[in-house]
Structure formats: C-alpha cells, structure tokens
Design a protein around this ligand. Structure first.
Ligand code: UD1
Length: 376
C-alpha cells in the first residue's frame, strides 16, 4: 500500500512528524513524504525537520511564496504529476494551509482517496483563507480524522456520512508530549538571546518563569491594515511592555508590515520588546512553558496553551478551536483586535493561574490511531 502525505507550511510539520513514525510500524505501507515548499526558510521549515526527526521529504515541489491562487495553482499542477507517477492508494493532507486544499483537490481529480487530518474545525469566518481550505478539503475527503467531538458535530451538521468521520484526537499533542522534556531542558535566556532579530542590539534582560509575556501575531486580519495594527501596537508598547517584557516571535509578514507602517524602529528600540525570529519547536514550547501570558492569533498555540495551561489571549473574533476556550475548560479568551477588549482580558488573564486542561484523546497517541485506520 502506498500513502503520500503532504506538508507545505510550518503548522503542518509538527502534525506530520508523529504520523511518519506511526506509519513505520506497518511494513506493508510505503510512505512518500511530499513538501510543497510553501514555507522554504530554514527557520520556517528546515529546523522543524531536524528537531522533530522528520525524514527528508522524498519530493519537494518548490512552490515558494505568492498569492493564494498562485500557491494553490502551482501546487496543483506540480502535485498532479506526482500523483500520476506515484499512483498512491491514499493522499493524506493535514491542517488548513494552501497545500491542504491544493492536494486534496488534485487527489480527488486523479481518483485517489484522500484523508484529512484535523478535519471538522470551523471558524465560520469565510474571510479566513484557512476556513476556505478546511471546507473544501473536508467536502472532498474520504476519511475525516477529527481532533475533538465538536468537530464531529460540525461535520454531521454538514451531512458528512458517519462512516467517514473518525474521532482520533489532536495529533499536535503527540508532538508536544514527545518533545516537552527536551523543551523544558532549554535555558530560557540563552534560547531567547540566540534567536534575537537584532543581535547587535545590546538589550539587557533576565527572564524567568512567569515574568514575561509571549506573543505571536501574523494573520493578515491583524497585521495588514494600519487601522488595526497601529492601535494594537500602541497597547503592547505603552501598556503591556511597561509592566512586562514581551517576547515576540515575529513572522516575516508582521515584520514587513511594521516597517511599512513606520513602527519598526520604535519596536526595535523599546527596551522591553524582545523580538525573536520565528522559533523552532522546542524553543517555542519552552517560551510557552515559562510565559505568564500568551498573546497570539495562531490556532496551534491556542491548543498548546490549553494543554500547558498558559493563560492565552486569542487575538481573533472567532476560533475554529472552541475546545481551547475558557468556557470549555481551556486557557484561551477570544479578544479580537479591539484594544478595549484586549486590555480587559489582559488584566483578567494576569490574575489567572496556569491551569492545564486535556480535552478527550489529546493523549499523545493520535497518530497511532490514524495509522491503524489507514493501514489496516
Ligand atoms: C501560512 C498559513 C497559515 C499559518 C502560517 C504559519 C495558508 C493559507 N496560511 O500563512 O495558516 O498560520 O503559514 O506560519 O497556507 N515567507 C518567508 N519565508 C518562508 C515562508 C514565507 O519569508 O519560509 C514570507 C513570504 O514571502 C510571504 C509571507 O512570509 O510574504 C507569508 O507567507 P505565506 O506562506 O504566504 O503565508 P503565511 O502568512 O505564512
């Protein structure tokens, strides 16, 4: 039996690592790993392969950056050749990035069965490119591996036949459980210093657990418009950074927009704004383990905060991962990009203790369940 798994962008890599390992237990499975090349930097891609022991991709499509249509279109054209040459029994796509939609469409058009890992998540926000990717991929996939029961209910409500839905738990947590020891062994200050964006900037900081705020922010809805980014940055600079050092793992898109809106020099010069490059997996986990509070617009970090218990402000108006919210027992509060709301939740979260929570089947064995369904 031949299975092709496809990855394209950073959030895919921590999901495919446990799947590669789990499929190895089945000698009858020939596993081909395809990287579309959407993320191509060492920091956005290669370091995850090294840290998480992901085998080198068998095939790299070298797609690179571009508009959504360019990325999806180029991926489909290149992946069609791969499917025709490899003739797989299954194509496995993960998450909600452009590789996910491109390769699920291509697989089905080539009459190959498609399985989606992390199916059924819905933000119901069609302005999010990821929501479009999720909807199309789930509509086409033959097997839908879901991370939680709420996702099962979403799929049922859309009329997906019961036999296609497989509740297996959250594959991200397989990686978190396997890697947490290595992460906790990292020296926080040395790790941050190694990753500084401006290493020449002789910033003095001495971070300790619970003494700093961690941040990531990169969604187009938060960083692409001046009216949204500038007031949020004023709150971070003038209020949060007055009280706590902020360690911001800054995505290339956010860096570009800060420069465009004339905020970059002020952010870099602020003594309590510690800008680090996109972090590797262990470094990000170490940061999360030590943070008093996490401010993020990432989906994956909401899940990691939930399991680690880090109070999390999710800078979005909706989430496809409601199981991570405080009202479902998780650690995350939705705050959108309204400064009044962010401020109120920030003060509330500061007085909240770390409270780990583990949704059903977020137990570190999701990939084994997936491999068993696919291989037997
Ligand atoms: C993609 C995913 C998003 C995920 C994010 C995490 C989609 C639709 N979106 O968004 O779900 O949260 O990755 O990282 O697939 N760039 C680099 N180096 C790289 C890759 C990109 O500098 O290795 C630059 C590009 O030039 C581009 C920008 O970063 O201008 C954005 O990259 P892109 O892949 O288009 O989307 P992301 O915003 O990263």
């Amino acid at each position: 039996m031949k299975i092709i798994s496809v990855v394209g962008a950073r959030p895919n890599f921590m999901k495919v690592a446990p799947l590669c390992r789990a499929l190895k237990a089945y000698p009858q499975v020939e596993h081909v790993l395809v990287h579309t090349g959407q993320h191509y930097d060492v920091r956005m891609s290669e370091q995850f392969f090294k840290e998480l022991d992901i085998p080198n991709p068998d095939i790299n499509l070298g797609i690179g950056s571009g508009s959504h249509a360019e990325q999806v279109g180029k991926t489909m054209i290149a992946f069609e050749q791969v499917v025709r040459a490899e003739k797989p029994d299954w194509v496995v796509v993960l998450g909600d990035v452009n590789a996910t939609i491109a390769c699920s469409i291509t697989a089905k058009k080539e009459h190959v069965k498609c399985a989606h890992v992390e199916a059924g998540l819905r933000s119901r926000d069609m302005d999010m490119p990821e929501e479009v990717n999720r909807l199309v991929t789930d509509r086409l996939s033959d097997l839908l591996f879901t991370p939680d029961r709420l996702s099962d209910a979403n799929l049922r409500a859309e009329g997906v036949p019961e036999e296609r839905i497989k509740f297996v738990g959250n594959i991200m947590i397989d990686t978190l459980e396997r890697e947490r020891e290595k992460a906790s062994a990292l020296d926080l200050n040395a790790m941050v210093r190694e990753n500084l964006v401006e290493p020449s900037n002789s910033q003095t900081f001495k971070l300790s657990n619970d003494s700093f705020v961690a941040m990531t922010m990169h969604r187009p809805s938060n960083v692409d418009q001046r009216e949204t980014l500038v007031p949020a940055m004023r709150f971070f600079l003038d209020e949060v950074a007055k009280a706590y050092p902020i360690v911001w793992a800054i995505h290339p898109r956010a860096q570009k927009m800060l420069k465009e809106f004339g905020l970059w020099d002020e952010v870099v010069a602020h003594p309590n704004m510690i800008l680090v490059n996109p972090l590797g997996y262990h470094a990000m986990l170490r940061l999360n383990m030590g943070a008093k509070l996490f401010m993020t617009d990432s989906g994956g970090l909401q899940e990691e905060c939930c399991v680690l218990g880090t109070p999390c402000l999710t800078m979005r108006w909706n989430t496809e991962r409601p199981v991570t919210l405080v009202e479902h027992g998780g650690a995350s509060r939705l705050v959108g990009n309204d400064v009044g709301k962010i401020r109120a939740a920030y003060h509330e979260a500061l007085s909240t203790d770390r409270k780990p929570s583990r949704p059903e089947l977020w137990d570190g064995h999701t990939a084994e369940r997936i491999a068993q369904v696919l291989a037997t």
